[in-house]
Design a protein around this ligand. Structure first.
Ligand code: ADP
Ligand code: MG
Length: 562
């Protein structure tokens, strides 16, 4: 039986095109990608074998092998991980399932990458990066637990199609076999492979081994040496989060971040600590510098990777971080949890709650430090993630003041695009001013064009400009900051501190007939007509009552049909 041919999806061909013709200097990353896949596959086998011992097939000597065959001109990356079924291989290696690759596709469309192919090396481009260095890629794979003659040989020459055929493979796992291009033969050299593994994959927790030949003194003839082949482990394998901070370079921290996050930019901030005492755990958390495109999607995965005694238990443990810190990436390792812990068990678990509390505090502390020490970096971070962080005010009553310290807003006193903190606003308040004023609007320009701001301008009072759709809810939830109440510039009766009550009463009397008449005429449209101190240039304006919804929220609810 000949192998069946299958066409690649159009988008895969586009990626392959780019890989085949790439001339840039970051080809090395193909190995990082294949090693990372091998390590993922072992993670899965190891985890599943905790509940199904038969998957081990008698062996749990987890390892990844590099096999350089100079005669055949091939480099093989072999793992004894979970393997793939035929359907899984067709899905995983014939389509673009992986988010990093999809993101990469989007970037490909942009000029930036076309003019600057060096950028490509920063992406996690996954399996297809093998075609940068190989003109043929074969994947011989057998799912853990399947019979030896039920393996699969997937193969492609990057000619728009791939083939699949039944094959034999006694050992569980996957061999990715690269037939190296002429200009990529250096990847058969021991020193080259050694160098790349050290640079990109040193932290992989399974041994990455290679057969190397060593010369040793000939026991029969002291003048001579003989060569022997030994298996050598190329990576140091030390889990980076368990290492001492002083042992870790920033490149190492950043590479690990890219490995776990599939992000291609360096992180904005790194939080690495070990907690001792009632609950012991190690945490290595990262605050990204760029918002992932899918962070507002329903199925966005929250939480750090959880390890229990060196075994990866789940890649995203959502019980460890509140949703409003869902941008945080990282790893937590605890030895106070059982290996067979399930998502359900984590939900209301004492240990998990204590870890969550500690992580939340550390992240907030780190943000406060960043705001203080690197205000510009913080502003950039806030532009990406502030909207998410702010949700915490609504969800976490206890921490709402701490989070309020971290908020940034534009205001009528800031330059366009510049932001102020609430503390800075308070410092600038007029002596007689009692409240913090804010206006909600879809953007700064429409806020500034609003007649509601006339009186504030006349009195030289600063007004915060809030442009996120749920700011009104957040601010109502917060209520006050440093004992100063928030007051919407759009609502109710304003007391801007000029307080001449008698004058106001007199005017009210003088205009009572007119007001009464207008009230009658407009009774179906407004609840009250009254004299206002807020207008300077306009004759009338509509204001919301003290307890009404903010007009923007009211419109939002109206639009939702409520
Ligand atoms: P990602 O690793 O981000 O999912 P890749 O393009 O690197 O994206 O890999 C695509 C998919 O192919 C993986 O998600 C996995 O399902 C499958 N795969 C790749 N390499 C292996 C392997 N060595 N063992 C098992 N499955 C693999
Ligand atoms: Mg991958």
């Amino acid at each position: 039986m000949t192998a069946q041919k299958h066409p690649f999806k159009a988008e895969v061909n586009k990626i392959l095109e780019l890989m085949i013709h790439s001339l840039y200097s970051h080809k090395d990353i193909f190995l990082r990608e294949l090693l990372s896949n091998a390590s993922d596959a072992i993670d899965k086998a190891r985890y599943q074998s905790l509940t199904d011992n038969s998957l081990l097939e008698g062996g749990d000597d987890w390892k990844i092998e590099l096999i350089a065959d100079k005669e055949a001109g091939t480099l093989t990356v072999r793992d004894n991980g979970i393997g793939m079924t035929r359907d899984e291989a067709a899905e995983a290696l014939g389509t673009i399932a992986h988010s990093g690759t999809r993101e990469f596709m989007k970037m490909l469309e942009s000029r930036e990458v076309k003019d600057n192919p060096e950028l490509i090396g920063q992406f996690g481009v996954g399996f297809y990066s093998a075609f940068m260095v190989a003109d043929q890629v074969s994947v011989l794979t057998r799912k853990a637990g399947a019979a030896a003659d039920q393996a699969l040989l997937w193969q492609s020459d990057a000619d728009g199609s791939y083939s699949m055929d039944v094959a034999d493979k006694p050992a569980r796992g996957t061999d990715v076999i690269l037939r190296l291009k002429d200009d990529a033969k250096q990847y058969l050299e021991e020193w080259e492979l050694r160098k790349i593994v050290k640079q990109y994959s040193d932290f992989i927790e399974y041994p990455i081994v290679m057969n190397v030949s060593r010369s040793k003194p000939d026991p029969d003839d002291a003048e001579k040496t003989i060569s022997e082949t030994v298996e050598e482990t190329l990576n140091s394998r030390k889990a980076i989060w368990l290492k001492d901070k002083t042992e870790i370079s920033s490149e190492e921290y950043n590479e690990f971040y890219k490995h776990i996050s599939h992000d291609f930019s360096d992180p904005a901030r790194i939080i690495h600590y070990r907690a001792e005492g009632t609950t012991e755990f190690s945490a290595l958390l990262y605050l990204p510098s760029k918002r992932p495109y899918d962070i507002f999607y329903q199925d966005y995965k929250i939480g750090p990777t959880l390890y229990v005694r060196r075994v990866q238990i789940m890649d995203h443990c959502e019980a460890m971080l509140p949703t409003w810190l869902r941008f945080v990436r990282g790893v937590v390792e605890s030895s106070d949890l059982p290996l067979n812990v399930s998502r359900e068990m984590l939900q209301d678990n004492q240990v998990v709650n204590r870890i969550k509390k500690s992580l939340t505090k550390k992240v907030l502390d780190s943000l406060a430090d960043m705001k203080k020490d690197e205000p510009e970096a913080y502003a950039t971070f806030y532009a990406e993630f502030g909207r998410i962080l702010k949700e915490g005010i609504h969800h976490d009553f206890e921490r709402r003041e701490t989070i309020a310290e971290l908020l940034l807003f534009e205001s009528t006193a800031t330059e366009v695009g510049q932001k102020t903190t609430l503390a800075e606003y308070i410092e600038r308040m007029q002596p007689e001013q009692k409240e913090i004023y804010y206006i909600t609007a879809s953007d700064r320009a429409s806020a500034e064009a609003s007649p509601y701001l006339e009186v504030f301008r006349a009195k030289n009072i600063e007004v915060l400009i809030m442009t996120d759709d749920f700011d009104d809810i957040i601010i109502s939830g917060l209520g006050a900051y440093k004992e100063k109440d928030f007051q919407s510039a759009l609502k109710g009766d304003l007391d801007l501190g000029d307080g001449d009550k008698d004058e106001k009463e007199e005017k009210k009397k003088a205009f009572s007939d007119l007001l009464g008449l207008m009230q009658d005429e407009l009774k179906d449209l407004v609840s009250e007509v009254r004299l206002s101190g807020r207008l300077k240039d306009s004759a009338v304006c509509l204001v919301a009552g003290e307890h009404d919804l903010d007009p923007k929220m009211a419109r939002m609810f109206q639009a939702m049909g409520q």
